[in-house]
Design a protein around this ligand. Structure first.
Ligand SMILES: Cc1cc2nc3c(=O)[nH]c(=O)nc-3n(C[C@H](O)[C@H](O)[C@H](O)COP(=O)(O)OP(=O)(O)OC[C@H]3O[C@@H](n4cnc5c(N)ncnc54)[C@H](O)[C@@H]3O)c2cc1C
Length: 122
């Protein structure tokens, strides 16, 4: 696995991450974006704040929203599972899922797999 690190997840870094993620083979490349802030500031929007066209909230978004994170979790060796109950509720099959999803788990399967781990969100 070859590793590519992008320093700065601003405008240029985000565009590079998305372009390279689409262009490079997922099995061959792991892309990591490093930034010291979690929030993306849409700088051109700053000009409109004094005129009341944008509020500060309009120009601030979580950087994570613009990064192809599912692929990044998958490509860096993380496992991604779908929830059996949610799949049944929406009548989804495995064909409806993104190819990177490892498996479909019941709640019981999930607790078995995560035995000994700290569960942050289910
Ligand atoms: C008021 C204003 C109006 C603008 N209007 C326009 C416009 O109309 N059209 C246009 O094309 N451009 C405009 N720009 C310019 C445009 O916003 C910038 O050119 C563009 O954001 C630069 O992208 P960048 O990725 O190089 O830098 P940034 O988007 O600033 O990203 C740099 C990233 O690096 C991170 N970083 C920096 N130092 C470190 C560190 N030591 N460790 C970890 N992370 C770090 C920062 O947190 C940031 O996320 C405007 C800018 C401003 C301020």
């Amino acid at each position: 696995m070859r590793k590519l690190v992008i320093l700065g997840g601003g405008t240029a870094g985000t565009i590079m991450a998305n372009r390279l993620n689409a262009a490079l083979g997922h099995d061959e490349w792991q892309i990591t974006v490093v930034d010291k802030y979690k929030t993306h500031y849409y700088q051109p929007g700053f000009l409109f704040i004094p005129f009341g066209i944008y509020s500060p909230q309009d120009v601030m978004k979580p950087k994570r929203d613009f990064i192809p994170s599912l692929e990044m979790i998958h490509d860096s060796g993380g496992e991604i599972y779908a929830c059996r109950a949610a799949m049944d509720m929406f009548h989804y099959t495995k064909d409806d899922l993104w190819d990177g999803v490892d498996d479909i788990l019941t709640v019981g399967d999930f607790y078995q797999k995560s035995a000994g781990a700290q569960i942050i969100f289910t």
